[in-house]
Design a protein around this ligand. Structure first.
Ligand code: HEM
Length: 148
């Protein structure tokens, strides 16, 4: 038994496994980013509810909260939420296709050199990441330069 292993759960890597699970392809890094962005957006949702909830404590509290969250650091934070959402939504589209078995091709006999069905979605992964980059750049332009 190596240090990684827990009795009865020989492949268990814990949170460390989110970051590094072995020698995998690009999809493994997309998986990590999907989880990171998913949890990030979820935390933002909680924060958003807490911030907007201050309205019930009266107008003065609300105004003070709005002034506090209007600082540039929060603007950058909002942009990061946008970046996370753009990545998560577009990568999620690829995951949905894969999980529904779409665009993976027909099953073939496992003959060497082996082919992984997910590789069929690799060009789509690349295309979606380029699209995410375009959306992020356009969004950033709007965020910081157009709608100041
Ligand atoms: C267009 C919008 C979205 C799409 C297409 C999408 C798609 C997906 C998909 C397909 C998964 C499953 C990943 C897998 O099978 O491994 C997933 C996981 C997840 N999503 Fe989303 N999602 C969207 C929006 C959101 C939002 C708004 C939140 C948070 C409020 C969120 C939080 C999460 C979390 C926490 C996970 C679990 C990640 C993990 O366990 O690795 N997603 N999403």
């Amino acid at each position: 038994m190596t240090n990684n292993e827990t009795p009865g759960r020989s492949n268990y890597l814990g949170i460390r496994g989110w970051f590094w699970g072995g020698k995998y392809g690009v999809e493994r890094y997309l998986y990590f980013l999907h989880r990171l962005t998913g949890v990030g957006i979820l935390l933002y949702l909680v924060l958003h509810i807490v911030v907007t909830g201050t309205r019930v404590r009266g107008e003065a509290v609300w105004e003070a909260t709005m002034q506090a969250v209007g600082k540039p650091v929060f603007r950058i934070g909002e942009f990061l939420v946008f970046v996370a959402f753009a990545f998560h939504a577009l990568n999620g589209f690829r995951l949905i296709l894969g999980e529904l078995g779409l665009l993976l091709g027909k099953p073939v006999k496992p003959t060497y050199p082996y082919k992984v069905a997910q590789w069929k979605l690799r060009p789509l992964a690349l295309g979606l990441m380029i699209l995410a980059a375009v959306v992020i750049v356009l969004g950033g332009r709007d965020f910081f330069f157009v709608s100041k």
